[in-house]
Design a protein around this ligand. Sequence first.
Ligand code: ADP
Ligand code: MG
Length: 683
Amino acid sequence: MTTASLMTVLHPPLTRGDRARRATVTLLTLVLIAFPFLGHAFQGLGFDLDIGDDDVDSVANALAYATLALGLNIVVGFAGLLDLGYAAFFAIGAYTYGIFTSFQIMPAWSPFWEPLAALGLVAKYHQAAGDLVHFTLSFWLALPIAAGITALCGVLFGTPTLRLRGDYLAIVTLGFGEIVPIVARNVPSVTNGAAGLNGVMAPTLFGFNFRVDPTPYYYVGVLLTAFLIFVSFRLRDSRIGRAWMAIREDETAAGAMGVDHVKTKLMAFAIGAAFAGMTGVFFVAKLQTATPDMFGFPVSVMILVMVVFGGMGSVWGVTLGAFVLSLLQSWFLPSLTQWAHGIGAAVNNDWLQHIDLARSTELIFGIILVVMMLFRREGLIPATRKQDALSFEAQNVAGVRRGGFDAETTRKVLGDMSHAPGKLLDVRGVTVKFGGLTALNKVDLVVPAGGVVAVIGPNGSGKSTLFNVITGLVPADSGSIQFDGAEILGLKSHEILQRGIARTFQNIRLFANLQVIDNIMIGQHARLKTGLLGAVLRGPGARREERAALSRTLDIVTLFGNRLAPRLTQVVSHLSYANRRRVEIARALATRPKLLLLDEPTAGMNPAETLELAEQIKTLHEQGLSVLIIEHKLDVVTRLADKVVVLDHGEKLTEGTPDAVRRNEDVLRAYLGRAATDAANAA
Ligand code: ADP
Ligand code: MG
């Protein structure tokens, strides 16, 4: 299969579903733009649609929730970090604008303020008792400033806490969400305490003051939402977005593939916070007041429900989810209440006549969430589309290659593999203890540059632990590990990958809910450069880099013949066991390794597949890649390895050529559990 024909797998012609989707989005956008005038327009035509200012205001609020949901979606949906205190960032953004425009925060005037007054950021406010400072931060300036401040708060809060995972992170964010409103309540000199900030300035644009007319706010909301949807998509389909998803799917594997957890998570937190910060400015400008109650735990939960309801990780989904739930609250529940009252009056039921559904919003949200979890866990618009099984033709687009990988493509994929002769990896006296258990005891091992070394030994002898300590996943108690002449013991796993050690895992650790292509693209993370800004702007440099990465991915896929090519856009959890192993190897090759660690790569493969893989590893070796392989199948070991290291109970039993090791009595006793003579008899 050629790279060109693979492109058709990646960019299939638009299906009817895609066209319908595009048409829907276009239509909704037009309706959204026309919405404030629809009432008048239809009135002109003789219909009474009854769209008033309150309705425009309700939709403007729904837009604010949509932007919040989009921000939380980056944290929870993309990066998989459960944040229960997201409203805290909303509050920080809101107070940023509130404090710097409210008439309630007015320190005494001093010459210090003169330069700021010249810039138009503050104004002198004359009073009999002495002049005061009135902050007059422009709304338009406040948006990016609040985004910056909240992003910084996200980083400051995230740095110590983001090393926590799952439940622990949820608890800490819950605490943060509680703390911020409490602080707002308790520093009245800055926030006016529980009473909140009133008299927040309305935005002005070219001399036009928004005051309390909902329509201009509505359009700002539409623009803000559109902007954040755009940013969400740009980030999702970039190196950064892929790294977030890698962390969401499997943090350990992400690290081993070169993704820096701390940095990547902080980026998600900061971007999510920035979205909330901007929304805070918008919300407070619209309401012209900010009180601590507006940002409590219920708000965080509501936004989270919107994200889950709409579809975690789905940009359109969370936007829709926020809209539906927000309008449910402001439109449908009041109407429903009125109907209930009507029915109550008709049937003379006292309870129905006095019910107020809008007061039970939280209950109703709860019920919606439970129903959703039971019947449609992936949300209104799921982040990943359902996939059809491959057709017979699609599965057979190219023949299986015998005799390993195509040499030329392998050379292209591996890049420059020239190396000075000597030790590439030098493990010396490494000891790893898990509590009382010594998993590795003073193990020495050398992989010469360009060599293939096999590690064998009974189950539990410490082979995988050896790989884990080399790749920085478990710490060593003593010893040293030199790679390419430099110490790597103590480095983080992503740093070790950057140096050029890639690995596969004994129990396959792919990014299960991502496509084959994304898995391989994530493998290139450490070799690409595009950052947050680059991803959003997507300039020529970023685009070129992405194209090159894609073309390299396709090269790697073509190595495996028709095994992976037709499955390029399949979610890896749908693949067969052998194909998942292949994707894992492809992902490791994508990292441009100098040394490849394979942990039982042929486990679960049939003899033909095993042979195929052995030949492929051989090609890699012939093209200059050094390999350290854990393998039980002795024929594979004999075929590939220059040297075999035998581990038993965490100690190195012996090492030598495959033949010598095969005849070694100690090895037979430890490995096969019988004496050499028995083995001879059996043979
Ligand atoms: P092998 O790969 O040779 O089968 P492992 O390296 O997986 O063996 O395991 C070696 C020993 O270390 C086993 O006894 C295993 O139970 C123990 N072990 C491995 N990882 C851990 C861990 N993270 N915590 C505690 N014990 C572990
Ligand atoms: Mg193992």
